[in-house]
Design a protein around this ligand. Structure first.
Ligand code: AFP
Length: 346
């Protein structure tokens, strides 16, 4: 592994160095990532100027999930499409904001890769200047030698098949976090030079944390086994346990904090939403790839979400992600096997 301790590394340089590690690489994947980072730079710029540009606020339309679509969501969706449609690396795309598959226009070459994205995660936070972000996920198409449009099967691949996954976080600074299966690196955007610079190399999530993150307003409609949350809040006889609660309502932001501080992020199923709220392809799989690659776990309550075979592109799944020990505890609770359930201490 490279020693980045005293080097200035731009994202462009890292992408090209990683390409050099594979002599058979055609450069197609590197070009795909370069185009994507261009889109992220543009979205970051406009998120920063949102208040000034008067693009905050709802449009008159709703997205396919019946939620009000905000102007900035539409803008981000459009920018990613325009940056990615003509490079010749993709055969099909899908976005959380669009119904159905997004095809590559006829005039452009079709490539070997598939892109799924959530252009602006956390849209309910846009109007109040709270952290939002973009999530992306890249797969190889199923038939690598095909030169026609990709199809739904190319997108309905289990998460462990992602060749790249990541997110851009538009917070107090803009950060790009991604993995290609060789660890998790974080790049921080320096607006004065217009570059993403490597700021945290090979991030590892703590094995156990002290924070839980969940929309606890849904407690009344959870399964009783989610008394796990009470377990985290109640001191044990040895004075251990009380966890802090933190919930932003932008999955990327909650996951980003979990990546660095550890603990557990959850969006369980409940009586209103039997499959939870988060979308497997656009949100859960890419975030799970980051967490697992950093040494954590991402579970649907039974096993790794990355093993799930998606059935539809907008499918939702319950999810529990974070530090290995915290997710293991949660799974034990769901199975009714945790010692605290047996000794009645919750
Ligand atoms: P939006 O992008 O529609 O705001 O959804 C965000 C999100 O999918 C995810 O980022 C949050 O973790 C989750 O919803 C928050 O949902 P609740 O408001 O139900 O807690």
């Amino acid at each position: 592994m490279n020693d980045y301790s005293n080097k200035l590394v731009t994202i462009e340089r890292q992408i090209s160095e990683q390409q050099d590690m594979f002599p058979e690489a055609t450069g197609e994947f590197s070009r795909l990532l370069r185009d994507l980072t261009l889109a992220l730079r543009i979205i970051a710029r406009d998120v920063r100027r949102a208040g000034l540009n008067d693009i905050l606020g709802y449009t008159q339309t709703t997205n396919i999930h019946g939620e009000s679509v905000k102007k900035l969501d539409e803008f981000a969706n459009d920018i990613i499409f325009r940056a990615m449609d003509h490079g010749g690396h993709l055969c099909v795309m899908a976005s959380e904001e669009s119904d159905g598959l997004i095809t590559i226009p006829n005039e452009y070459k079709k490539g070997r890769y598939v892109l799924a994205f959530d252009p602006l995660d956390g849209s309910s936070n846009i109007d109040v200047n709270i952290t939002i972000g973009t999530i992306f996920s890249v797969y190889r198409r199923l038939e690598p030698n095909e030169i026609t449009d990709g199809n739904a099967a190319d997108l309905l691949q289990p998460g462990f098949k992602q060749v790249c996954a990541g997110y851009a976080l538009y917070g107090s600074s803009t950060q790009l976090v991604y993995t290609t299966g060789h660890g998790v690196d974080v790049f921080t955007f320096d607006p004065t030079i217009g570059e993403f610079l490597l700021s945290h190399s090979q991030v590892r999530i703590p094995k156990r944390g002290k924070i839980y993150s969940v929309n606890e307003g849904n407690y009344h409609s959870w399964a009783p086994e989610l008394q796990h949350v009470n377990y985290l809040k109640l001191p044990s006889s040895d004075g251990q346990r009380p966890y802090s609660s933190r919930y932003i309502g932008t999955a990327i932001a909650d996951i980003h904090r979990t990546l660095f501080y550890g603990g557990i992020f959850m969006y369980p199923s409940d009586t209103k939403s039997p499959n939870g709220k988060l979308r497997l392809i656009y949100e859960v799989n890419p975030l799970a790839a980051i967490i697992e690659e950093a040494g954590g776990r991402a579970s649907n309550g039974i096993g790794s979400v990355l093993e799930l075979q998606p059935e539809s592109i907008h499918q939702r799944v319950p999810v529990f992600m974070g530090s290995e020990d915290d997710v293991n505890d949660l799974e034990m609770f769901l199975r009714g096997e945790h010692p605290a359930q047996k000794d009645g201490s919750v």
